[in-house]
Design a protein around this ligand. Structure first.
Ligand code: NAI
Ligand code: MG
Length: 363
């Protein structure tokens, strides 16, 4: 079988960490006849330098045609002053928009070996495995009107509008319930129904979708502010959390701090199911940026990129066994005491990007 992956290494440490997960692809192709085919494109500053755009139409078309896109990171001081619509981030935004990636999946997993470096007490986070499902294409970030107007009396007024249509909540809720079935079968929906019409509506639609199609999944509701509190007080109570764009932005960053390090956090963004093939467009990327401060030195942590590929195996290719093997290999190298600089701890052995990748492949 042919599995088409489109690689966008981007800028900074992006190309370095991409090489490490390509090693895992080679392993899967050699030892498990996985049949992955790789194409590479340019995004961000690298694309701008080559042809003056943050991503070309050609590469967009290749992203659309692939089974999954693996994106590393974009940006850096070199492109700080380029025009707004061709800045590195514009490439990422175009991918999200054109692939209609409406569901952003941010796992917060605390590896046993890293529990001590969490912002919380180790016993609160050890073994933590939660998944935040954030709506990514709607809500207050995109709703109209969105403007600053002059009131004429020396005052101005800023307006953002939270807008959600039925179908937008139905599809993100369905993704959350489907994912819960592959995990601990529990979903907690977060909104502010006490003060927002859109929160009340969110609650109603999630409740209906649950009743109609996912009654086997355990559903609870929490006000988003209380949810933030609970995430820090007792994070292990959660399995899947589903929430809107704004609350999801904040809550996923809160959850990130529970896990220890930025260099460890993967993410996935999923699009609509193709009516004919049933396949979802999808892009996988580490949460961290291009880390220009350490780029080109061979010291970047490749584990977030590798964990993102584990998500890709799981969600785009249903290769559950391989995904679990990769996740287990990441946990094992940490248990064995291997550390890149960003997660270095006393008594551990410091390794570079490529040695870390090799260790995961060996594991
Ligand atoms: P950053 O995530 O690139 O770096 C923050 C700090 O964490 C730095 O000290 C960096 O060395 C360290 N770090 C990040 N990833 C690491 C890894 N894998 N291994 C070891 N250390 C790691 O965020 P920052 O510095 O705010 O932004 C740098 C550039 O990246 C900017 O141009 C920014 O716009 C861009 N960026 C891109 C993102 C993306 O492509 N999705 C996301 C965030 C920022
Ligand atoms: Mg954020």
């Amino acid at each position: 079988s042919h599995r088409k992956l489109f690689l966008l290494p981007g800028d900074g440490i992006g190309p370095e960490i991409t090489e490490e997960f390509v090693k895992v692809i080679s392993l899967l192709n050699d030892k498990a006849s996985a049949g992955f085919e790789i194409e590479r494109g340019l995004v961000g500053g690298a694309a701008y330098d080559a042809h003056g755009k943050a991503i070309s139409d050609d590469d967009m078309a290749r992203a659309m045609a692939a089974d999954a896109v693996m994106f590393a990171a974009v940006g850096g001081p070199k492109w700080d002053n380029v025009a707004y619509d061709v800045r590195p981030e514009a490439g990422l935004l175009r991918l999200r928009k054109d692939l209609e990636l409406f569901a952003n999946l941010r796992p917060a997993i605390c590896y046993a070996a890293l529990a001590a470096s969490s912002s919380l007490k180790p016993e609160l986070v050890e073994g933590l495995d939660i998944l935040i499902v954030r709506e990514l294409t709607g809500g207050v970030y995109f709703g109209e009107p969105k403007e600053i107007i002059d009131l004429g009396n020396g005052q101005q007024r800023a307006i953002d509008t939270q807008v959600y249509d039925t179908y937008e909540i139905e599809r993100i809720a369905a993704v959350a319930f489907e994912l819960a079935r592959t995990r601990d079968n529990r979903v907690c929906s977060m909104e502010k129904r006490n003060v927002m019409k859109s929160g009340l509506f969110w609650n109603q639609v999630v409740t209906r979708v649950h009743k109609e199609k996912f009654a086997d999944v355990e559903l609870s509701h929490m006000l988003a502010d209380a949810g933030g509190m609970q995430l820090v007080r007792a994070p292990k109570q959660f399995d899947v959390i589903v929430t809107d764009n704004l609350f999801g932005d904040m809550l996923s960053d809160v959850a990130a701090m529970l896990t220890g390090s930025l260099g460890m956090l993967p993410s996935a963004s999923l699009g609509a199911e193709d009516a004919v093939t049933g396949k979802r467009k999808a892009m996988y990327e580490p949460v961290h940026g291009s880390a220009p401060d350490i780029a080109g030195q061979g010291v970047a942590n490749p584990l977030a990129m590798l964990a993102s590929f584990a998500m890709c195996l799981r969600y785009s290719f249903n290769m559950i066994e391989e995904a679990e093997a990769l996740d287990a290999a990441i946990a094992k190298v940490l248990d064995d005491g291997l550390r890149t600089g960003d997660i270095m701890a006393p008594g551990c052995r410091k390794v570079g990007t490529s040695e870390m990748g090799d260790a995961v492949v060996a594991a």
